[in-house]
Design a protein around this ligand. Structure first.
Ligand SMILES: *Cc1c(COP(=O)(O)O)cnc(C)c1O
Length: 495
């Protein structure tokens, strides 16, 4: 069955998967959603016998129906190769009464690699399929991890260039170093004086600027997005939910059909939305537990049915979740509104105008598989220490938010279903916060000293991605005001 993609805000024709990947965002500012979420065509038992790459093909072919088998397998094989430091690609580690799905074994040691190592290939394949001759300019706002993963994915990919904006004071030192040392003649990295939401709004404004698009087209450029709003990001993320369930099945940890809960540390709502899509494809998933840090706008939304971003923006030790506008939530809103684009557009307009919207009781009833939870900074740090001391497992701050939320959920509900916790970053990426959580004596110590300490404490090898940046030269030092983002892009592209 052919799957097409239409805007959550309704206007415009449905487009093919490759067109949706190329455009990133729909013309009316909405997000592309599949006309229906396809079912898996192979049985879970059969998928349990497949490796990661084969599973990826099984899942992605259902969504990207205008890609040929050869095209899609090509993209998959170029993405999930020895850039990952383990053949399994995403190991499932059983510790402390749960399964940690380690999504951080790619080139930049964060889960963004899962999608961003394949997106450049999906995008260049899509350009070829649609006879695009313009150079594709990837414009991205990052709260830390997307930026580096996108830069690594797109660096020196022919026919593309990439410009990344990040909040100058809103990412970890390691995250910043990873980005500003990025090689590749087609890469640009810019710090802005605002926060992540400012960066994201600035990028969205440029995408929606028809005048700018015209000038770019005249010069042989067009924008595309590597942010998690691109369906080329979302679809590859569905894969590891199917994969992890079928690994549990293969191990005999679950019977076929037995529901498994997933806990996802959430920011932009992309990762957990992929789990929701996996459930809709036929994977037996029980609860989808959405874990937030102090920026608990999503927790409040699941509790009350009111999404309200009018609140203080809090910088935490899990910066990739410091987000008040979770863009991908729009796709869930559209689904639970009965695919009513007009209603969705209305709520998103309210969000823009007043910073809030509320959903109907009917819509709320359709979210019953979602559970919201949140963990304070103190709880997050305590969870890192507890799991290290009790199970000898060292996790990063984002994963710790999810882990803390899970244990509170389990205590409260007595739900004993097998549970998978999405582990979204390597602890090495947040070594300072992780080591200080384990022992206060590390406070104020140098990042790289703590990286060595972390290796000793956890008994794991320092990943290449970290070793590399110890001595790498800074290649990007541009900083601009939020208001000057477009000017900066024009300068970079020579418009
Ligand atoms: C991006 C990110 C998240 C949040 O994922 P979303 O898809 O934006 O909800 C969580 N943890 C880490 C480490 C991340 O990089």
């Amino acid at each position: 069955m052919e799957i097409r993609y239409q805007s959550t805000r309704g206007s415009g024709e449905a487009v093919t998967a490759s067109q949706a990947i190329l455009k990133g965002l729909a013309d009316d500012g909405g997000l592309f959603v599949p006309t229906s979420i396809p079912k898996l065509s192979a049985s879970l038992e059969d998928i349990a016998k497949m490796n990661y790459q084969e599973t990826a093909y099984e899942v992605m072919k259902q969504f990207l129906t205008d890609f040929t088998e050869e095209e899609l397998k090509n993209c998959i094989n170029r993405a999930y190769d020895d850039k990952f430091d383990t053949k399994e690609i995403v190991p499932l580690v059983e510790k402390d009464g749960a399964y940690y799905l380690e999504l951080f074994h790619g080139a930049t040691i964060a889960f963004k690699d899962m999608a961003l190592s394949i997106l450049p290939h999906l995008l260049t394949t899509s350009a070829k399929k649609n006879q695009i001759s313009n150079q594709i300019v990837i414009l991205t706002a990052t709260s830390g991890d997307t930026g580096k993963a996108a830069l690594a994915g797109f660096a020196d990919v022919e026919g593309t260039s990439i410009i990344v904006f990040y909040p100058k004071n809103g990412v970890s030192r390691i995250q910043e170093r990873q980005m500003v040392t990025q090689k590749g003649a087609n890469t640009s990295v810019v710090g802005i004086t605002g926060n992540f939401d400012d960066a994201q709004s600035g990028v969205k404004a440029m995408f929606n600027n028809k005048e700018l698009a015209k000038v770019m087209n005249e010069k042989g450029y067009q924008f595309s997005s590597a942010n998690s709003i691109n369906i080329g990001r979302l679809v590859p993320q569905v894969v590891y939910y199917v994969y992890s369930y079928t690994r549990l099945l293969a191990q005999g940890a679950v019977q076929n059909g037995e529901a498994v809960n997933f806990v996802v540390p959430t920011g932009n709502f992309g990762n957990i939305l992929a789990a929701f899509y996996a459930k809709n494809m036929g994977v037996p998933i029980g609860k989808l537990i959405c874990a937030s840090n102090d920026n608990k706008v999503l927790y409040d939304f699941f509790e009350t049915g009111v999404y309200d971003k009018n609140r203080e923006f809090i910088l935490t030790t899990s910066p990739s979740m410091d987000i008040l506008i979770s863009s991908n939530l729009e796709r869930l809103i559209y689904k639970i509104a009965g695919e009513d684009a007009k209603a969705t557009a209305g709520m998103m307009a309210a969000l823009t105008d007043s910073g809030k919207y509320s959903i109907t009781d009917d819509m709320k009833a359709q979210m019953k598989d979602f559970v919201g939870g949140w963990a304070s900074e103190e709880k997050t740090a305590a969870e890192i220490k507890r799991v290290y001391e009790e199970a000898g497992y060292v996790m990063d701050t984002h994963t710790a938010v999810a882990s803390a939320v899970y244990h509170e959920y389990k205590e409260k509900t007595k739900d004993t279903a097998k549970t998978v916790i999405a582990s979204t970053a390597s602890p090495y990426k947040f070594a300072t916060s992780v080591m200080t959580a384990i022992d206060k004596k590390y406070e104020g110590m140098d990042d790289f000293v703590l990286i060595d300490e972390l290796s000793k404490t956890s008994g794991t090898k320092i990943p290449n991605a970290v070793e590399e940046i110890r001595s790498a030269a800074v290649l990007h030092d541009t900083v601009c005001d939020t208001a000057d983002m477009q000017k900066t892009v024009e300068k970079i592209l020579g418009l």
